[in-house]
Ligand binder design. Structure first.
Ligand SMILES: NC(=O)C1=CN([C@@H]2O[C@H](COP(=O)(O)OP(=O)(O)OC[C@H]3O[C@@H](n4cnc5c(N)ncnc54)[C@H](OP(=O)(O)O)[C@@H]3O)[C@@H](O)[C@H]2O)C=CC1
Ligand SMILES: O=C(O)C(=O)CO
Length: 319
C-alpha cells in the first residue's frame, strides 16, 4: 500500500511521530509539495494525505491508482470532492480535533483587539511607562465585551464552543446556519437572519466551511450592514471574505477592526492590503496548530486510514 503525504511539515514539524502511519503501508513523506508536482509525486499512490495541497479534478484524473484521500484538516475545500466521488475515491477529513484550540484563538484575536496587549507591552518595553507621570496610560481605546453581542456565522463544533466562551464572558450570542438543515437549539444562542446578525453584532465571527455558497460571504454590501464599531473575526477560511472590500472598510473605519487567522492566499502576497492596516490583526493560520490538537489530528488521520483499509471508512465527506 503506497501512502504519499504531500505536505506533512505543518502537522509534524518534528515534535510528533509518523510511526503509526508507517504501520499501515509504505510511506513517502514530503514536507510540502508545489501544486504542479502533485501528479508526479502521487503517481504510484494508493493513498494520498494532504493538508492544504490542492487535489484538483485535473490532478485526480491523472492518478489512476488513487483510492483514498485523507485530508489532514477539518476543512476539505482543497479537494475536488465531485471528481473524487466520480472515480469512487473515498475522501475523509478530521473533524473535532481542534475545536477548543480554534475557539481559544477566536478570543486571543478578539481580546487583542479589545486590549491591545501587544501594543501596550511594546510601549512599556520601549520605556513609555518608566517615563510616564501616571501609574497608567493607554495607547488604544479599551473595550469590554460583557453585554455586547457576538454573531456567529456557522454554529457547528467550533461555532458552539465559541458561543460557550462568549456566554461565559457575559456576551449575547446570535447565530446563522446554512439554511440547509433545521437550526438545532443551543442554550443561550438566538437564531437570527444574516442581515439581523450583521446589524446587531458588535463582533462577527466566521465558522462556516468554504463552499461555493460561502465564498465572498463578507463583501462590501454585507460590511455596510455592520456597525461602525463592529469587529470581524475569521478563523475559518480566507476566501469567505472579499479582502479588498474589507481592507477598504478598515481603512475608512467603516468597521472598527478585524482579527484574521486565515487569508485568501496562504502564504499571502507581500502586498496584501490587509497586512498594512493597524486595525487588522493577522496570525499565520495557527488556530489549529497547538501540540494538543496536532496530536489528536495525527491519531485521527491514522485511525481514519485504518478504518478505510478495514473496509469501514469513517469521517467520509462529500460524494
Ligand atoms: N484556522 C484553523 O486552523 C481551522 C479552521 N477550521 C475551519 O473552521 C470551519 C468550521 O469547523 P467546524 O466548526 O469544526 O465544522 P462543523 O462542520 O462542525 O461546522 C460548520 C457549520 O457551518 C455551517 N454552515 C455551512 N454553510 C453555512 C452557511 N452558508 N452559513 C452559515 N453556516 C453554514 C454548517 O451547517 P450545516 O450543518 O447545516 O451544513 C455547520 O453547522 C472548517 O470548515 C474550517 O474551514 C477548522 C479547523 C482549524
Ligand atoms: O483543520 C483545518 O481545517 C485547518 O485549517 C488546519 O489545517
Amino acid at each position: 500500500m503506497n501512502i504519499v503525504v504531500l505536505d506533512g511539515y505543518t502537522l509534524n514539524p518534528g515534535d510528533l511521530s509518523w510511526s503509526a502511519l508507517e504501520q499501515l503501508g509504505t510511506v513517502t513523506l514530503h514536507d510540502r509539495t508545489p501544486e504542479h508536482e502533485v501528479v508526479s509525486r502521487a503517481s504510484e499512490a494508493d493513498i494520498v494525505l494532504t493538508n492544504k495541497t490542492p487535489l484538483s479534478a485535473a490532478s485526480i484524473a491523472q492518478l489512476p491508482k488513487l483510492r483514498y484521500i485523507g485530508v489532514l484538516a477539518t476543512g476539505y475545500n482543497i479537494v475536488d470532492i465531485e471528481a473524487a466521488a466520480k472515480r469512487g475515491i473515498v475522501v475523509a477529513n478530521v473533524p473535532s480535533y481542534s475545536t477548543y484550540s480554534v475557539a481559544q484563538l477566536v478570543f486571543a484575536l478578539l481580546l487583542e483587539l479589545c486590549h491591545r496587549v501587544g501594543r501596550h507591552d511594546d510601549a512599556v518595553k520601549s520605556g513609555a511607562w518608566a517615563a510616564s507621570p501616571d501609574f497608567c496610560f493607554t495607547r488604544a481605546p479599551l473595550i469590554e465585551l460583557a453585554g455586547k453581542t457576538i454573531g456567529l456565522i456557522g454554529l457547528g463544533r467550533i461555532g458552539r464552543q465559541t458561543a460557550r466562551i462568549a456566554l461565559a464572558m457575559g456576551m449575547r450570542v446570535v447565530a446563522v446556519g446554512s439554511g440547509r438543515t433545521a437550526p438545532t437549539p443551543e442554550e443561550g444562542v438566538e437564531w437570527v437572519t444574516l442581515p439581523e446578525l450583521l446589524q446587531q453584532a458588535d463582533v462577527v465571527s466566521l465558522h462556516c466551511p468554504l463552499t461555493p455558497a460561502t465564498q465572498g460571504l463578507i463583501n462590501r454590501e454585507r460590511i455596510a450592514w455592520m456597525k461602525p464599531t463592529a469587529m470581524l473575526i475569521n478563523t475559518s477560511r480566507g476566501p469567505l471574505i472579499v479582502e479588498d472590500d474589507l481592507a477598504a472598510a478598515l481603512r475608512e473605519q467603516r468597521i472598527q477592526g478585524a482579527g484574521l487567522d486565515v487569508l485568501a492566499a496562504e502564504p499571502p502576497r507581500a502586498d496584501n492590503p490587509l497586512l498594512a492596516l493597524p486595525n487588522c490583526i493577522v496570525t499565520p493560520h495557527i488556530a489549529w496548530a497547538t501540540k494538543e490538537a496536532r496530536v489528536r489530528l495525527m491519531d485521527t488521520a491514522v485511525a481514519n486510514l485504518a478504518a478505510f483499509l478495514a473496509g469501514k471508512p469513517v469521517h467520509v465527506v462529500g460524494g
